[in-house]
Design a protein around this ligand. Structure first.
Ligand code: SAH
Ligand code: SF4
Ligand code: F3S
Length: 470
């Protein structure tokens, strides 16, 4: 029997680009394919199925996909020759959703194209591609009436100590630069019950931290346990009662949905980590208006002030776009001033790129590429400086770290582990791999612009033993 199962095992290779929701989707895609005998592998060599889970947020996404497909095609052909079986090459995610037809036209060796809302139907799609009456190829980029969340199997593949859990999908905000409302569709929130069920399974599988995800996660409004509507603070309180779950985070938020209860939750829920990613996009009210963000710079400053009142040590992170159409030198200076005032612990910044079909793509008054590049360089210098200064304040401190993976130091991987502080710093230390999956105190001995390192703190009990033994 065991032998049989072994023989039927097939290798599944998934490459993921884009946001954390895509990372979550890739986990779930592997869960859906597991009952069909597919087991994850981390190399495309010898893979019986290849899935590229794509992102469409900025330009060059499609070109990146085609160059990756070209690179992977020989692996598909070689494996097919070896096994005599069809290797399914699949494209998933937001490029698949936006450009499904173009993909199969330009790369006819792609067998399967499926969007972010249809991967629960994968077993059916795979059966049609490999069954007796083989289909040449399949495209499924619908927005089905049924929700994938109600139909996905339980989590099989453990995500490890720090797990993602999608609670909300899609977005109704329609920022003028953004493709998400088109690729992921209208906003949809899961029920509290289904989220709690999944959270319990993640914890049973070893998760100590759960990061609940949504494109606009604080607009969450799912059906509550009592049948009424529950919001994000309700969910965070419910999650905080799960024994064994030590840390909770949520990503990504919109300033418009940071209401009083959510702000207060940062003061009340001990397990809610003191780090918040709250994208501002620009510091200029004129540009924020053109972006259809529906908030001003002062509104954002006020939210942060209120958050810091309930959680003074809260570390802030953000996304900023430079060179949006019509952005003047003064508008850019307003963004720089905003960053100087807020002081971010980390921040992502991007050059605006027009996305076909979005309202901003039709705007006039474009900013020249060289001006965008110059602004990005200036902004990134300021952000790096802030991040380094922030990291330096941790020098000599002892902080709890959740270790979730093997680490690396000076090119060496042996004996190094990596984790996250409560403030979301990446931390590298020399330590035994047995510590992966645990929260352990670390004494910070080195601070770098984008990470910290230090020593594992040996407990007093162990040091006593050492003293007694010596
Ligand atoms: N839901 C998230 C955004 C997801 S996209 C939110 O509302 O914050 C991640 C980031 O990519 C955005 O915050 C934005 O800063 C950037 N981005 C989106 N579209 C872009 C575009 N057309 N050009 C440049 N950056 C863009
Ligand atoms: Fe895109 Fe704006 Fe929605 Fe974020 S809030 S996903 S930037 S439309
Ligand atoms: Fe990219 Fe789609 Fe996420 S466009 S950022 S993968 S929602």
């Amino acid at each position: 029997m065991a032998q049989n199962t072994q023989e039927k095992m097939k290798n599944l290779y998934i490459k993921t680009w884009g946001c954390q929701m895509n990372v979550y989707d890739s986990h779930r895609i592997s869960d859906v394919l597991m009952p069909l005998g597919y087991v994850l592998t981390d190399t495309p060599e010898g893979a019986d199925m290849i899935v590229l889970n794509t992102c469409h947020i900025r330009e060059k996404a499609t070109e990146k996909l085609f160059s990756e497909l070209g690179r992977l095609k020989p692996h598909k052909e070689k494996r097919q020759e070896e096994t005599g079986e069809r290797v399914i090459m699949g494209v998933a995610g937001c490029v698949a959703q936006a450009e499904g037809d173009i993909i199969t036209q330009r790369a006819p060796y792609v067998d399967l194209v499926f969007g972010p809302q249809t991967y629960h139907r994968l077993p059916e799609m795979v059966a049609k591609l490999t069954g007796a009456r083989k289909k040449k190829r399949m495209i499924d980029t619908e927005f089905p009436i049924e929700s994938k969340f109600d139909l996905l199997p339980n989590e099989h593949n453990s995500q490890g100590a720090a797990a993602f859990l999608s609670i909300q999908e899609g977005c109704d905000k329609f920022c003028t630069f953004c493709v998400v409302p088109y690729t992921r569709g209208a906003e949809y929130s899961r029920t509290i019950q289904s989220i709690l069920d999944e959270a319990h399974k993640l914890v049973d599988n070893g998760a100590l931290e759960i990061n609940v995800l949504g494109q606009n996660v604080n607009a969450f409004h799912g059906v509550g346990l009592d049948g009424g509507t529950a919001d994000l603070p309700d969910l965070l309180h419910a999650l905080s009662e799960i024994n064994g779950l030590k840390r909770i985070r949520y990503t990504t938020s919109h300033p418009r949905d940071m209401d009083d209860r959510l702000i207060q939750a940062h003061g009340d829920i001990k397990k809610l980590m003191p780090f918040l990613h709250l994208p501002i996009q620009s510091g200029s009210d004129k540009i924020l208006d053109a972006m259809n963000r529906k908030h001003t710079g002062n509104h954002y400053r006020d939210i942060i002030e209120r958050l810091k009142k309930v959680r003074p040590d809260l570390a802030m992170s953000s996304d900023i776009i430079v060179g949006f159409p019509g952005e003047s030198d003064q508008d850019f200076e307003d963004t720089m001033q905003m960053v100087r005032d807020i002081v971010y612990a980390s921040c992502y910044s991007f050059k605006y790129s027009a996305r076909p079909g979005t309202p901003a793509a039709a705007m006039q008054n474009l900013v020249r590429e060289d001006v965008k590049s110059e602004r990005l360089t200036q902004l990134q210098a300021l952000i790096s400086e802030q991040q380094y200064e922030y990291n330096k304040t941790f020098m000599g401190k002892t902080i709890p770290v959740l270790f979730d993976r093997k680490g690396k130091e000076g090119g060496k991987t042996e004996g190094f582990i990596q984790g996250r502080s409560e403030y979301f710093h990446a931390i590298h230390v020399k330590g035994n791999e047995r510590l992966i999956g645990q929260i352990v105190d670390v004494h910070v001995k080195e601070t770098r612009p984008s990470s910290l390192s230090g020593d594992i703190v040996v407990s007093e009990y162990e040091s006593d033993l050492k003293t007694a033994a010596s």
